[in-house]
Write a new protein. Sequence first.
Length: 475
Amino acid sequence: MTPPRWLLIISCVLPLTLIWALANPMFGMNDEPAHMIRAQGVVRGDFSDPYPTDGLPGEQYDCVFWQGQTADCMNLTWGTDGAMQSSPTNNYPPLFHLIAGVPSLFVSGLAGAYLMRIWLTIVCSAVLTWATTLLLDRSPDRATLLGVSVGCTPMLIFCMSGVAPSGLTAVAATLLWSSGLNYLSPTSTTKFIRSRNSFFTVAVLFPFLRRDAFLWEGIIITCLLVMASRQTLIDLFRRRSTQILSFILVATVGVIWLTWAADATNSFADNAASHFGGSWTSGLGQMYTYILMLVGCFGWNSTWMSSEMMVLVLGTATTVLLLAVAGAGRSLLRGLLLTVAFFFIVPITIGAVRAYYIQGRYLFPLWVGVFVLSGQALAGSHLDERFRRRLFRIVISLQLVYQFFAFAQNQRRYAVGQRGTWRFLSLDNVWHPPMMSNKVTAVIFVFALSLIPLAGTLLMRNLDASAQPIKRSST
């Protein structure tokens, strides 16, 4: 008996993120100690800075913060339980920290910090799995998995494995895309009720993950509406449930703006002069860097994937996108092109105020949307079935290569400092990072990657068994 789809999907996602979570040095992710500090306070009902903590050494990241030193420069000796510490994230919406802080109620110290990572890894993997399951309800095809997998860059996997809101925001955006597609543009195989419930839930909660999340949600919903037929929109907006959701979303955005976002936006704009803003070219000049950041720039912006792997990732993604554009139907093409346009317009517009602000990980909600739609376009295209099967195998094989080398590069950087590039043809006497032997992590990671073809093969059989003609519905 074939296991359920969701179990097979999470068997592909979870091993990757767990290895990143366990093998990366503590505080090696951007702002991780700041988020841990606030999470420990918020989950105990304390929303005012400073927060009660278990004494985590939140300042130790200084030695790796753009310094390029090895990870053993950090002293991870915990201080006194109950120590009050400040966090620069005190003006964030609380949802992420409420979720992240749950393990700290039961386990403290270094073990508790790693448990917080593992917990968030499981939460992110579960959300991504559910989003993919909904997409497979809509289009039970290899191309659906292809699109989601290309959207999961090494940097996204890295963000899912640490204590920072970027990972959860990205996978929640994937769920918003998938459930929204099923709700606004269903097919004959769509399970409408669970898609509607998922869409309503994530639409209400998503803005509370980060101060700028309501901006991304507005863009995503705009792109989804563009793809829906006129009759579908008329029917949906006549429903009481849609009217109630619309009212709740407007109220939610108002609360978020008045409580968290307005002051941050004013501060953002007031600092424009000292952050190289002033013209749209300020943002345009940074677009290539933003794209590289969302592909493979890990930790404190000091661990870059090798140029060879960057080219491999971007080449793979570009090929999939071009094939999707060539084969997309009219409605999906509208949404896909609009999403691509927003992907460039938003950072360029913001860069006109304050350049260098939009880092790559902030663009994940649109990046994943581009490839969710690309997968759906390929699934509904008239490309030869043999071609699509081979495309799937080639792309997945390339992804296994660059996911492994991204992980290896990050490990080597913390072993030998910023000069370290892990290219296996050039040996180095310095081999072991302080948290785990590179040889051990390589073996574990290869084992994790070996689970993906196994689960993937079973999932393909599941899809082949349930394959049927897909009809686009107008209701």
